[in-house]
Design a binder for this molecule. Structure first.
Ligand code: ADP
Ligand code: 2DT
Length: 212
C-alpha cells in the first residue's frame, strides 16, 4: 500500500505574532508523538535566490519592487520538488510563512493589487491548513522593538495586516485564525489541535494546487 501523504501546514501572521516560536513547538510535539515532520521557512535564505532576498531585507541591496516579489515567489518554487517529495514520503511540513506573506507584504506597497501579487504563486502546493496568528499592533509592540530589517515598522505592518484580512476571506483556503495573545502554551494547544485534525484528514486527500 502506498504510504499516506504528509500534511502541508503553514503559519502566517504579522511580525512578532509568534510564528517561529509556534512552528518550533509544533515540530517538537509532532516529533515526540512519533510523526514524521520537518520544518521549513520562507524566505529560505540559504539558496542563491534566498541570499539576494536576504541582502534586500537587510537593506544591503535595493531591488525593484516587482523584481523582489518575483524572487520571493521563485524562492518557493525552487523548493517545490523537495516539498512534494517529502509530502509523498508521508512527512508533514510545518512552514513559517508562505505565499500569503508574499502577497500581503508586496500588496501593502503602493501601486500593487492583490490579483497581480497572487499570480506568480498560482499552482504552488496548496496548504492543507493555514493558521493566522492574530495579534493586535499594541500587543505586538509589547513583545519588543522592531528589528532593523526592511518592512519592520508599525505603519507597514498595519498595512500588511489589512492585506492578510482580505486574503482570509478566500473560502478556498482552510484558514484558522488563532488568538496569538494567549500564553505560548495555550497558543500551542490550539495549533496542535488544528494540526492533528489536518494531518489525519490530509492522509486521504490529494495535494491541492494553490489559487487554481
Ligand atoms: P514571529 O516569528 O511571528 O516574528 P517570534 O516567534 O519570533 O514571532 O516571537 C516574537 C517574540 O515574542 C519573541 O521574543 C518570543 O519569545 C515572544 N513570544 C512569542 N509568543 C509569545 C506569546 N504567546 N506570549 C508572549 N510572548 C511571545
Ligand atoms: P522573516 O525571515 O523574519 O520571517 O522575515 N516576506 C516574506 C515577503 O515580503 N514576501 C514573501 O514572500 C515572504 C515569504 C516578510 C521575512 C520578511 O520578508 C517578508 C518579512
Amino acid at each position: 500500500m502506498a504510504c499516506k501523504r504528509g500534511a502541508l501546514i503553514v503559519l502566517e501572521g504579522v511580525d512578532k505574532a509568534g510564528k517561529t516560536t509556534q512552528c518550533q513547538k509544533l515540530l517538537q510535539a509532532l516529533q515526540q508523538s512519533g510523526r514524521p515532520v520537518e520544518m521549513m521557512r520562507f524566505p529560505d535564505r540559504s539558496t542563491t535566490i534566498g541570499q539576494l532576498i536576504s541582502a534586500y531585507l537587510q537593506k544591503k541591496s535595493d531591488l525593484e519592487d516587482h523584481t523582489v516579489h518575483l524572487l520571493f515567489s521563485a524562492n518557493r518554487w525552487e523548493m517545490v520538488p523537495l516539498m512534494k517529495k517529502k509530502l509523498e514520503q508521508g512527512i508533514t511540513l510545518v512552514v513559517d510563512r508562505y505565499a500569503f506573506s508574499g502577497v500581503a507584504f508586496t500588496g501593502a506597497k503602493p501601486g500593487f493589487c492583490l490579483d497581480w501579487c497572487m499570480k506568480p504563486d498560482v499552482g504552488l502546493p496548496k496548504p492543507d491548513l493555514v493558521m493566522f496568528l492574530q495579534l493586535s499592533p499594541v500587543e505586538a509592540a509589547l513583545r519588543g522593538q522592531f528589528g532593523e530589517e526592511r518592512y519592520e515598522t508599525s505603519s507597514f505592518q498595519r498595512a500588511v495586516q489589512q492585506k492578510f484580512e482580505h486574503l482570509m476571506k478566500d473560502p478556498s483556503i482552510n484558514w484558522q485564525v488563532i488568538d496569538a495573545s494567549k500564553s505560548v502554551d495555550d497558543v500551542h494547544k490550539d495549533i496542535t489541535t488544528h494540526s492533528l485534525n489536518t494531518i489525519n484528514t490530509a492522509h486521504n486527500l490529494p495535494l491541492g494546487e494553490l489559487w487554481k
